[in-house]
Design a protein around this ligand. Structure first.
Ligand SMILES: *Cc1c(COP(=O)(O)O)cnc(C)c1O
Length: 429
C-alpha cells in the first residue's frame, strides 16, 4: 500500500510537533508503522492523503456517532460561523444545549461547559473536594479520565499504550491523593474507603470502561459503588466522556439505571468540536463560581460554534432514539459475524460489547479489569490491525481502545468489514 504522502507528512510533523502528533493515541505507537494522515471524511469513510478509503471504526473516538460530515451539523456550523467565532460574552445557544441535557437526564440539574473531557474531569473533582472539604479521590486501574495530574495514576488509553501507567511530572503529593481500586472489584473499593475513612472526596469511574478496550460493569458493581459512596459521603462521579450520548441519550446512567452525583461529558457532546462538560445535582453545582467559591473558567468555554454543533447533534439524537437501536443491532451483527471466524481461525479471543461499543481481545480469559485486558496478545493485535488497514478498515490503533460504530455504516459496509476480518484472520493464522 502506497502511503508516501502520509510518510512525508509524518516526517515533517515530527520535526515540529513532539512525536508528530497532538495526542499520543494517534501515533500508532502500539501497532507500529506510520500514522495515516487524513484529508477528509464522509459518512462512514475516512480518506487519507494518498486517497485510500477506509471504513472508520474510530469515529473521532466517539463524536461521529451519526457518521462524518453529518449534514445538519455542517449546515448549522456554516450558518453560525458567519456571525463571528467567539464573543467572550454569554450567548443563547449555551443555555439551549444545557437545557436539552438538564431537562432530559434525571440527575443533571445544572451543567458547566468546558473545552475538553480532561477539563471536565479535573473540574468535577475540584468541585467534589470543595463540596466535601475532603482531599482524596478513588479511581480504577485502566480507567482513563484525561490527562489531569490526579488521573495519570494507573491510567488507560494512550497512557496505557505507552506503557507508562503514571507520568513523570506528576508530583508525589498529587499521586498520594489518588487511590487506585480494581475495576469490577467492590471489595478493593471498600478496603480503600475503610483505610481512608473521612478523607475521600470523590470516586470517579467509567460506568462502562472504554479505555482498556470495552469492559462492562458486572452485575451489582455500579449499584455497589452507589451504595458505598452514600455510606461514606463520597461524591460519585460517572465519567461519561465516552459513554455519554453514545450508549443512549442519557448515557450509561439511563441505560443501566444507576445515577451518579456528578457526571462528566466530552466527545459526542461537541459533535467533533472541542467541548466537555460536567454537571449534576444542584446542591453540588451551586459550589461552582461565580455562584459558589470553587473556581473554574474558560475563555472559549461554551464557544458559540461548538455549542451550535453540539446542540444540533444532541437534538437529533434526542429526537430519534431509534439511532441507538440501529447502532446496537449493527454492533450485535458485527459480533455475531466475527465470532465464528475467530473460532475457525483457532485464535484465543474475547469480544466485549455494549450498544455501539465493541472490542476484540486476543486472550482466553474473560476481560473484566485492567489485568485481564493487559493479558491480551498485543503482537497478534498489531498484525491484525495492519492487515485490516490493508483491507480498507480503520480500527483504533491499540488493543486498549474500544471500537465505535456510527449510524452511517450500511449493511454493505458491515459485510465488507466482516469479509476483511475473515481475510485478515486467515492471513494471521
Ligand atoms: C477521552 C476521555 C477523556 C478525556 O477527554 P479529552 O477531551 O480527550 O480531554 C476523559 N474520560 C474518558 C472516559 C475519555 O474517554
Amino acid at each position: 500500500m502506497d502511503i508516501s504522502r502520509s510518510e512525508q507528512l509524518f516526517q515533517q510533523s515530527s520535526r515540529y510537533i513532539p512525536g508528530g502528533v497532538n495526542s499520543p493515541a494517534r501515533a500508532f505507537k502500539s501497532v507500529g508503522g506510520t500514522p495515516l494522515f487524513i484529508k477528509r471524511a464522509q459518512g462512514p469513510y475516512l480518506y487519507d492523503e494518498d486517497e485510500h478509503r477506509y471504513i472508520d471504526y474510530i469515529a473521532s473516538w466517539g463524536p461521529m456517532i451519526r457518521g462524518h460530515a453529518y449534514g445538519p451539523v455542517i449546515e448549522a456550523i456554516q450558518e453560525k460561523v458567519a456571525d463571528s467565532t467567539s464573543f467572550g460574552a454569554p450567548t443563547e445557544i449555551e443555555h439551549r444545549l444545557a437545557a436539552l441535557i438538564c431537562d432530559n437526564i434525571d440527575n443533571i440539574d445544572q451543567i458547566r461547559m468546558t473545552n475538553s473531557g480532561t477539563e471536565a474531569t479535573m473540574s468535577a473533582i475540584r468541585v467534589a473536594r470543595g463540596y466535601t472539604g475532603k482531599n482524596k479521590v478513588i479511581k480504577f486501574a485502566g480507567n482513563y479520565h484525561g490527562h489531569g495530574d490526579s488521573f495519570l495514576i494507573a491510567a488507560g488509553s494512550g497512557a496505557l499504550t505507552l506503557g507508562q501507567p503514571s507520568s513523570p511530572g506528576v508530583t508525589p503529593g498529587t499521586a498520594q491523593d489518588t487511590l487506585v481500586a480494581g475495576y469490577n472489584d467492590l471489595a478493593s473499593v471498600e478496603k480503600l474507603l475503610q483505610a481512608n475513612r473521612g478523607e475521600v472526596a470523590a470516586l470517579i469511574v467509567e460506568p462502562v470502561a472504554g479505555n482498556m478496550g470495552c469492559i462492562l460493569p458486572e452485575e451489582g458493581f455500579l449499584e455497589g459503588l452507589r451504595k458505598l459512596c452514600d455510606e461514606h459521603e463520597v461524591v460519585l462521579i460517572f465519567d461519561e466522556v465516552m459513554s455519554g450520548f453514545r450508549l443512549s441519550f442519557g448515557g450509561a446512567q439511563a441505560l443501566l439505571g444507576v445515577y451518579a452525583d456528578l457526571v462528566t461529558y466530552g466527545k459526542v457532546i461537541g459533535a467533533g468540536l472541542p467541548v466537555g462538560a460536567y454537571g449534576g445535582k444542584r446542591a453540588i453545582m451551586e459550589h461552582v463560581a461565580p455562584l459558589g467559591p470553587v473556581y473554574q473558567a474558560g475563555t472559549l468555554s461554551g464557544n458559540p460554534i461548538a455549542m451550535t454543533a453540539g446542540y444540533t447533534l444532541l437534538k437529533s439524537l434526542f429526537d430519534e432514539p431509534a439511532v441507538y437501536q440501529r447502532l446496537a443491532r449493527k454492533t450485535e451483527k458485527l459480533e455475531q459475524s466475527i465470532r465464528p471466524l475467530l473460532e475457525k481461525a483457532g485464535l484465543p479471543h474475547q469480544i466485549n460489547r455494549l450498544g455501539s461499543m465493541i472490542s476484540l481481545h486476543f486472550t482466553e480469559q474473560p476481560v473484566r479489569d485492567f489485568e485481564s485486558a493487559a493479558a491480551g496478545n498485543n503482537d497478534t493485535f498489531k498484525r491484525f490491525f495492519h492487515l485490516m488497514l490493508e483491507e480498507g478498515v480503520y480500527l483504533p490503533p491499540s488493543p486498549f481502545e474500544s471500537w465505535f460504530l456510527n449510524d452511517a455504516l450500511s449493511e454493505t459496509d458491515l459485510d465488507t468489514t466482516v469479509a476483511a476480518i475473515g481475510t485478515s484472520l486467515n492471513r494471521l493464522s
